[in-house]
Design a protein around this ligand. Sequence first.
Ligand SMILES: CC(C)(COP(=O)(O)OP(=O)(O)OC[C@H]1O[C@@H](n2cnc3c(N)ncnc32)[C@H](O)[C@@H]1OP(=O)(O)O)[C@@H](O)C(=O)NCCC(=O)NCCS
Length: 165
Amino acid sequence: MTLAIRRLGRGDAADFQTLRLEGFRLHEREFRFAPEDEAHLTTEEVAARLARDFVVGAFDGETLVGVAGLAGVAGTKTKHKALLWGMYLRERYRGEGVADALMAALLDHGRGTYEIVTLTVMRDNGRALRFYERWGFTIYGVEPASVKTAEGLYLDEALMALRLT
Ligand SMILES: CC(C)(COP(=O)(O)OP(=O)(O)OC[C@H]1O[C@@H](n2cnc3c(N)ncnc32)[C@H](O)[C@@H]1OP(=O)(O)O)[C@@H](O)C(=O)NCCC(=O)NCCS
C-alpha cells in the first residue's frame, strides 16, 4: 500500500476533526476523550490547533486515514518535553507499517526540538502498548481509574516516556 505522510495544516481541519471524532466514537475504551468533548469545536479552533502542534496525517489518495500529534510542553523548565497525542489509524490500514510512518515523522520532527516524549495509553490497549514499546517507550507509572466510561467501567492509564537523546 502506498500512502503519503505529511504535516497537517489549517486547510486539513475539517477532515482531521471528522477522523478524530470517528476514533473517539469507535474506540471508547482506547481514548480518554468522548466525541462530545470535541464535537463542538469550530473548524477555526481545530485549525488553530493544527497550526500550533505538529500533527501528521496519512493519506490514501486524497483521503485522510490516520493521524498523530506532538505538542510541546510550555514553560521555561519543561520545554524539553513534548506530549504525543491522538494516534489513530482507520482499521483497514492497521498492521501494515502506516503507524510506524506516522511515528517516524513525529520523532524526526521532535528530535530537533525536544529531549523527552511522553504519552498515555490505556493499560489494557495491548496493541498500542506493544507499538509504543517497539519504538522504545517505557512505562514509568500507571494512573489507576484514570478514565470512567459511560457504562461505569474504570480504566487504568499507563504513562510512557521515550528519551530522544
Ligand atoms: C494504535 C494504532 C495506531 C497502532 O497501529 P497498528 O497498525 O495497529 O500497529 P502496529 O504497527 O504495531 O501493527 C500491528 C501489528 O502488525 C504488525 N505489523 C506492523 N507493520 C507491519 C508490516 N509492514 N508488515 C507486517 N506486519 C506488520 C506489527 O508487528 C503488529 O503486530 P503485534 O500486534 O503482534 O505486535 C492502531 O492500532 C489504532 O489506531 N488503534 C485504535 C486507536 C488507538 O488505540 N490509539 C492509541 C491510543 S493511545
